[in-house]
Design a protein. Structure first.
Length: 178
């Protein structure tokens, strides 16, 4: 089964970041946040459309106690049908929509989509506050480009605002349509 479009590197536009942990400043050390990458559900649907065609895959959502199961079923060019299922809990914000999206993203990982995110380095952003600043988003996009280029990465990355001056101007990123 060819799944090359699903397993192709994710572009920065496909990846979103969320704050996992806030670390307060203490002992003359600045405040930091730990951020983690995730693929958004629209990117999941776009990749499945590109790989199989919009009419050759479906998702089925079932509500279970405390969350949702999503089964993604694809029809291969050979006519063979393959299904993968995974689940997720209701989320704290938008419990139904968030739970359904998370279940679908987790099912997509079974097809290889987004699996590379589990190998990303641990990322700290040296900043106070609870939101990812714009300058850090630019650095995170550059990190994704660096990972996609195959450059070796450290296990832990600390991003600081002063690093923004080292960035090259962003290159336009285009996804080739199927």
């Amino acid at each position: 089964m060819d799944i090359s479009k699903l397993t192709a590197p994710l572009l920065p536009a496909d990846i979103e970041w969320r704050v996992q942990t806030l670390i307060e400043s203490k002992d003359n050390k600045p405040a930091k946040m730990i951020v983690v990458p995730y693929i958004n559900n629209r990117s999941v649907m776009e990749r499945f459309d590109e790989q199989f065609g919009w009419a050759n895959w479906t998702n089925e959502i079932k509500e279970v106690e405390g969350g949702f199961l999503c089964t993604i079923t694809v029809k291969l060019a050979t006519g063979e049908v393959v299904s993968k299922t995974d689940g997720a809990s209701r989320t704290a914000i938008e419990p139904v929509k968030g739970g359904i999206s998370d279940a679908m993203k987790r099912a997509a990982v079974h097809f290889g989509l987004g699996r590379s995110l589990y190998n990303f380095p641990k990322v700290f952003i040296e900043v106070g506050g609870k939101y990812i600043p714009d300058w850090a988003t630019r650095l995170l996009d550059a990190l994704v480009d660096s990972i996609n280029s195959g450059k070796p990465q450290r296990d832990v990355i600390v991003l600081k605002e002063e690093h923004i001056s080292r960035l090259q101007p962003p290159k336009p990123q285009l996804r080739v349509a199927a």
